[in-house]
Design a protein around this ligand. Sequence first.
Ligand code: SF4
Ligand code: MG
Length: 452
Amino acid sequence: CGVFGVYAPGEDVARLAGFGLQALQHRGQESAGIAVGDGETLRCHKDVGLVTQVFDDAVMEELGGLLAVGHVRYSTSGAASSRDAAQPHLSTIDAESIALVHNGTLLGTEALRASLEAEGAVFAAGTDSEVAAHVIARAVRRAGSVREGIRQAMDVLEGAYAMILATPRALYAFRDPHGIRPLCIGRLPEGGWVVSSETCGLDIAGAAYVRDVEPAEVVRLGREGLVAESGRAAPRRASCIFEYVYFARPDSIIDGQSVYQARRAMGAILSAEAPVQADAVIGVPDSGTPAAVGYAEASGIPYAFGIVKNHYVGRTFIQPTQAMRERGITLKLNPLPSVIAGKRLVVIDDSIVRGSTSRQLVSMLYEAGAAEVHLRIVSPEVRWPCFYGIDTATRDQLLAAGRTTEEMRRWIGCDSLAFISLEGLHRAVGGARHQGWCEACFTGSYPVPRPL
Ligand code: SF4
Ligand code: MG
């Protein structure tokens, strides 16, 4: 998912949030929502669909205020695409509202939900985020203070969360103690504040990057400006390394490391780790393209524009069923025979999850006349599911789980197959301000104990 918040009295905060969410649309396409605070109340509009489908001018006109918080969703927990599962989640506490948006996945919410239901809570969506909204609302009521309530809720919530909570007057941005999912802060030229999953959301709002929210930190943005309070961070930080591989936009900067430059370095490093004689390097758009540029530069094999992507079809991975996903791939990617025919190709992609993309793409490339297809993947083998907000499938669906590279190569049907080493990936993201990564989907070593 993607989360975005803006505090900017005097500006059109709903439209700014709309732009921010459009910049984060790659992080989720199932639903979109914005809540606006005007100092006294919060109003919310949300629905299934893309940002541009959920919000038109008429809706935006009605959402005036001094702050806004927004969300784009792709489901890793609960019902796939229902309006109830769309965020923000609004709760009322003693006649005052709060709105919550969440990126990540919480662990152990079944037990929390059961105990809240026993106390009379009613759940509409069935998602972990909805449970978090209840937990936080109750903690705020009990504590009589938003900040203190968030603190107490953070002691109870487990797993991955980058959240923004809005009251009618202020925003609170906070992140789990491992800092698994990203969240950053920017400043508007007129003095307002922006919070975004990625810096590309700051760029579109015209905000200058200030810093990332730290693990376990609670940052309040309001009339008093930025007021930060650090919390008890985990002994070892565990920021998702897969953001650099696939999820984040290449024009974002996470913890000081450009995503584009990291991908380019992944390609260069892989060209040294797994060289091959070939006539052209092609990237699988969009996520494989920067790495293909890096592979081509480092290997001296010319980069070629060999696959056209239809940008009006959503991210195939995010389609919730396998049948939709497979149809999505042919709708989305089309090889260019005039570039490919007769050539020995190095084909660069960011990751293999179920392998359906690679398998179909390889056969499309041979059909378009490729002489050889050497598949190079700039992430290590994805062998373990993610429990922290990226839907990398269950273990039995993962192509690399329990298979050798040769078995995978045969199933995909390419001439050769190689993955970057974990050490190589570490070097590619070496410019980040910290080197504390979650890489559980590659190693099976989970920073937060997984559910039984
Ligand atoms: Fe990211 Fe993988 Fe960790 Fe999930 S398991 S948070 S995708 S590194
Ligand atoms: Mg891809």
